[in-house]
Structure formats: structure tokens, C-alpha cells
Design a binder for this molecule. Structure first.
Ligand code: GUE
Length: 282
């Protein structure tokens, strides 16, 4: 068994990205990213702080726009439109989840698809499924980089995804399909889940239930990717995969923390760079 070191790969990619960014800045374009944070959700605050730190290290123009939990939907849409028109910003990210009184679909539709660095706009989701992506959701994009770095050949492999969210499960399926894997998406209503996951050469787990996947769900030699971010009783960050026992059967496995998370942030920055680059090269 070997561990996929997401933190090390993230640092390597960030160093390369810094070099590219310096060149773009010399040409007069500083990549700009605005993260819009609605309310004070403490978990979201931590992610936002990490994103801000990486963006600053890269020399990006990084702004966190904090707005009150009680903001009206109309006012939030106005703020998004203001950043759509502001050429200083190449990327706009609205941190999810949003308060219940705000319609997430409306928010995602309002972000200019060219600035939608999360890749959650329906146009970007559609382009991804066409096999002609513009923006790719960061978490699945980071997972594909891990496969590349660790020489995981996907062609003809059985890839099983646990979780069907718009932000991880579905885009992950599109990317694996594009690389010629045979893809199965499972979810909470799947019958005999264990029988399905046991067939997986590649198993991607994104269900949001701590330590749900135990060794008996996993085929010998499988590659296991853990997208989970859960807090256990002691407030410790744990994945959806029970690492200690699954690592005994897997050939390659990601840890939490230090696996998918750091790659997610890195890919977000890569997409912001790409969006900035396109303003002078497309
Ligand atoms: N519009 C939107 N886009 C997002 O990409 C988005 C979002 N909303 N809402 C929240 C989730 C969560 N998320 C994380 C990114 C990196 C880490 C990360 O770097 N984790 C580190 C350490 C975390 C720690 O120690 O607390 C790790 O896994 O090693 C975690 C979580 C992005 N999200």
C-alpha cells in the first residue's frame, strides 16, 4: 500500500503555478479571485482562510467579501453582478452552502460562466459532460491530477463513485468517463452497495459520513480516494473512509487531512490563473 500525498503534490503544483503567475503579472495581468462568504459558518471560515493564504502566496489579487447571513437574495445577486462586470476579478466563488432563504440555483446562474472558477454554473456542467470543459470543479479536477501523478491508468477500469452531488460525484463521473473508465455512480438508495464497491478498481468516496467505508467494501489492490471532511466526537477531521483498515487492502489511498483537500484549493487557483490568462490569449 502507498499513500497519495495530496499536500506534497499541491505544493509542487503551487510552485509551478507561481512561476506562470509571475510571467502573467509581468504582462500586466494579476489573477483576481473574489470569494463571497455569506454568514459566519465556522467550517466555511477555515476553508476561506486557507484559500486566501494560498492565493496571497501566489501573488493573486485575493478578496474575501463577507456579507451578513440575513442578506436578501436580490442584494446578493447584485453583488455578484458587480463582480461579473469588474475586470480586476477573473474568478468568483460563492461559498456553499448558502442560507435557506437564498436559492442556490439562482446564485449559480448569475455568476458569469467565464468567471465561474468552481465550475458549478449549468453551462460549465454541460460543457464538461460534452467533453469540452471550460471550468472544472476543483475537487474532481484535483483527483484527476493525483491519478496522473501516481500513474493510475484509467482506461477500461471499473470506477465506482459513492455520492451523486453536483459538486463532486457527477463531475467526477464525467472526468473518469473522458479518460475511458467504466463509471458507476452509487448513492444512498443503491441496493447492495458493498457488492458494487467491491467491483471497483478505482473507488471515489464523497458521501459526508465519517468512516462509512470499511475494508469489507474494498477490493484487494483498489485505488481509494476519500473526499470526506467530517469532524468526529473529539473535533478531529476524519474522512468517509476508515483509513487504518482500508489502507491494508488498497494499493493506493488518500489520507484526510493531507489528501484531496489541499488539491481542491490548488485547482481553484489554477482555474483562476487560466481564466486570467484567457483574457489576453483567447
Ligand atoms: N463554492 C464552494 N467551493 C468549494 O470548493 C467549497 C465550498 N463552496 N464550500 C466548502 C467546501 C469545502 N472545501 C474545502 C477545500 C479545501 C479543504 C482543505 O484544504 N482541507 C485540508 C485541511 C483542512 C483542515 O485541517 O481543517 C486537508 O484536507 O488537508 C477543505 C475543504 C471547499 N469547498
Amino acid at each position: 500500500m502507498a499513500i497519495i500525498d495530496g499536500k506534497a503534490l499541491a505544493e509542487k503544483m503551487q510552485a509551478d503555478l507561481k512561476t506562470k503567475t509571475d510571467k502573467l503579472i509581468k504582462k500586466g495581468i494579476t489573477p483576481g479571485l473574489v470569494v463571497i462568504l455569506v454568514g459566519e459558518d465556522s467550517a466555511s471560515q477555515v476553508y476561506v482562510k486557507n484559500k486566501e493564504r494560498v492565493a496571497n502566496n501566489l501573488g493573486f489579487n485575493s478578496v474575501v467579501r463577507r456579507v451578513e447571513e440575513t442578506i436578501s437574495e436580490a442584494d446578493l445577486l447584485k453583488i455578484i453582478n458587480q463582480y461579473n462586470l469588474d475586470s480586476q476579478f477573473h474568478g468568483i466563488l460563492v461559498q456553499l452552502p448558502l442560507p435557506k432563504h437564498i436559492d442556490e440555483e439562482k446564485v449559480l446562474l448569475t455568476i458569469d460562466p467565464q468567471k465561474d472558477v468552481d465550475g458549478f454554473h449549468p453551462l460549465n456542467m454541460g460543457k464538461l459532460w460534452e467533453g469540452n470543459p471550460l471550468m472544472i470543479p476543483s475537487t474532481p479536477a484535483g483527483i484527476m491530477e493525483m491519478f496522473k501523478e501516481y500513474n493510475v491508468d484509467l482506461t477500461g477500469k471499473n470506477a465506482v463513485i459513492v455520492g451523486r452531488s453536483n459538486i463532486v460525484g457527477k463531475p467526477m463521473a464525467a472526468l473518469l468517463l473522458q479518460e475511458n473508465a467504466t463509471v458507476t455512480i452509487t448513492h444512498s438508495k443503491t441496493k447492495d452497495l458493498k457488492d458494487v464497491t467491491k467491483q471497483a478498481d478505482i473507488l471515489v468516496v464523497a458521501i459526508g459520513v465519517g468512516h462509512f467505508i470499511t475494508a469489507d467494501f474494498v477490493k484487494n489492490g483498489a485505488v481509494v480516494i476519500d473526499v470526506g471532511m467530517n469532524r468526529n466526537g473529539e473535533g478531529k477531521l476524519i474522512g468517509d473512509v476508515k483509513f487504518d483498515e482500508v489502507s491494508e487492502v488498497a494499493s493506493l489511498i488518500t489520507p484526510v487531512p493531507g489528501g484531496v483537500g489541499p488539491m481542491t484549493i490548488t485547482m481553484l487557483m489554477e482555474q483562476t490563473y487560466q481564466a486570467a490568462w484567457r483574457t489576453i490569449n483567447d
